[in-house]
Design a protein around this ligand. Structure first.
Ligand code: GLU
Length: 447
């Protein structure tokens, strides 16, 4: 049977066995669509049923998270940890707190994480976790009690050689602090390597906060350079205004790009003089406010509450908010406005149709598993420092990150060329990410 047919029946089987997990189906489809030439070249992978195996998480943990809110009322949330693949190292991936979190979302994120982590070239497997808890509007005490309850179950599944969580949407250093504190208390172990994204005084690494956004900026810079274009002077639109977006904007500015717009769930802001990143940090990280507050200090900027940030003309677009935020009509608009490069700072922010639109119109497109790998790569550097009880300078760590992003770009670029699809970073990332995992899995036999 030709491999492509095998892969589509395999995909149908994944859909059948995991009903209603639409984001997981989407993530699997995107990878399987790239793998036909690999299976052709390596029939031994198909014979060993490696692709079927990789689509099945090694372990899925779902648990109750009860806690008491400030008014004394009992709240019950659902927690998840999907330990997807440990062929290359301990399960590694963030924890997301957002009301939209369900098993399908955690599985899509965990599945992508396998290939992303593989692309970094570092010894980390793939996993992801989260809860349908909404930290928005919750007091510090409520967030602490939730995190403690979450960790009271999760701790038994973790370990520096087993499973190492970090942050994601809704989980930053505050939440990780509460979780690490609870882990330490329950286990009576100061096991630094069990969580990454830690605060600097309790075992964290320089650059981890900035890493995902910085990495995305480095990646798009490399993509542009590969087509002979400089980032200098180009207009850039970034969606979101969380951790990834803020540091993507900061690095884009340092590299000479002009960030003209960014957004949050309430709307978007356009500032042709260039978004003031320090002001945004103050509003979002310190005040935890809304993006419209930006006009307080920059009255010449405009705030738009209806419409899409992708309507703003730009040469570079960096979706850094959430999954499926950029659809076909937004992609068409970007193309009509002359976009040259798009890189995903968030996980799967572009729909399948949007990616196809970019591809058909010759727009350089960097998928999240390559373009946002800087965060988890720096987590692996944090683990390295924890294991050797060392801490590196900002400059040294940033240089390591920059080199890792360059290497990922080169790997994707070369793999796409090797498989006869020059410039196709989706194919390059999927094949290169898959191959490394597949080789390790093949070495282990049926386990
Ligand atoms: N949540 C981030 C990601 O999507 C970082 C994971 C980590 O550092 O383990 O890659």
């Amino acid at each position: 049977m030709p491999p492509a047919a095998d892969l589509s029946s395999l995909e149908a089987e994944v859909v059948r066995r995991n009903p209603a997990e639409t984001e997981f189906h989407q993530a699997v489809r995107e990878v399987l669509e790239s793998l036909a030439p690999v299976v052709h070249k390596h029939p031994e992978y198909a014979d060993a049923k490696l692709i079927e195996t990789i689509c099945e998480p090694e372990r899925q943990i779902i648990f109750r998270v009860p806690w008491v809110d400030d008014s004394g009322e009992v709240q019950v949330n659902r927690g998840f940890r999907v330990e997807f693949n440990s062929a290359l190292g301990p399960y590694k991936g963030g924890i997301r707190f957002h009301p939209s979190v369900n098993l399908g979302i955690v599985k899509f994120l965990g599945f992508e994480q396998i290939f992303k982590n593989s692309l970094t070239g570092l010894p980390i497997g793939g996993g992801k976790g989260g809860a349908d808890f909404d930290p928005k509007g919750r007091s510090n005490g409520e967030v602490m009690r939730f995190c403690q309850s979450f960790m009271t179950e999760l701790y038994r599944h973790l370990g520096e050689y087993t499973d190492v969580p970090a942050g994601d949407v809704g989980v930053g250093s505050r939440e990780l602090g509460f979780m690490f504190g609870q882990y330490k208390r329950i286990t009576n172990r100061y096991e630094s390597g069990v969580i990454t994204g830690k605060g600097l005084v309790w075992g964290g690494a320089q650059v981890r906060t900035e890493a995902t956004g910085y990495g995305t900026a480095y990646f798009v810079n490399e993509m542009l350079a590969a087509t002979g274009t400089a980032l200098e002077g180009l207009d850039v639109v970034v969606s979101g205004s969380g951790n990834v977006a803020i540091y993507a904007m900061e690095k884009i500015r340092q590299l000479g790009g002009n960030v003209v717009a960014c957004s949050d769930s309430s709307g978007y802001v356009v500032d042709h003089k260039g978004i003031d990143v320090d002001l945004l940090k103050q509003i979002k990280e310190v005040e935890r406010g809304r993006i419209s507050d930006y006009l307080r200090e920059r009255p010449e900027a405009t705030f738009v509450s209806d419409g899409s940030v992708w309507d703003v003309p730009c040469e570079v677009a960096l979706p850094c908010a959430t999954q499926n935020e950029l659809d076909e009509s937004a992609a068409k608009k970007l193309v009509a406005n002359g976009v040259k490069a798009v890189a995903e700072g968030a996980n799967m922010p572009c729909t399948r149709e949007a990616v196809r639109t970019f591809r058909e119109n010759g727009v350089a497109f960097g998928p999240g598993k390559a373009a946002n790998a800087g965060g988890v790569a720096t987590s692996a550097l944090e683990m390295q420092q924890n294991a050797s009880r060392d801490s590196w300078t900002f400059e040294h760590t940033e240089e390591r990150l920059r080199q890792i992003m360059r290497d990922i770009h080169e790997t994707c670029h070369e793999t796409a060329e090797e498989y006869g699809r020059p410039g196709d970073y989706v194919l390059g990332a999927n094949i290169a990410g898959f191959t490394r995992v597949a080789e390790a899995m093949a070495a282990f036999g049926v386990v």
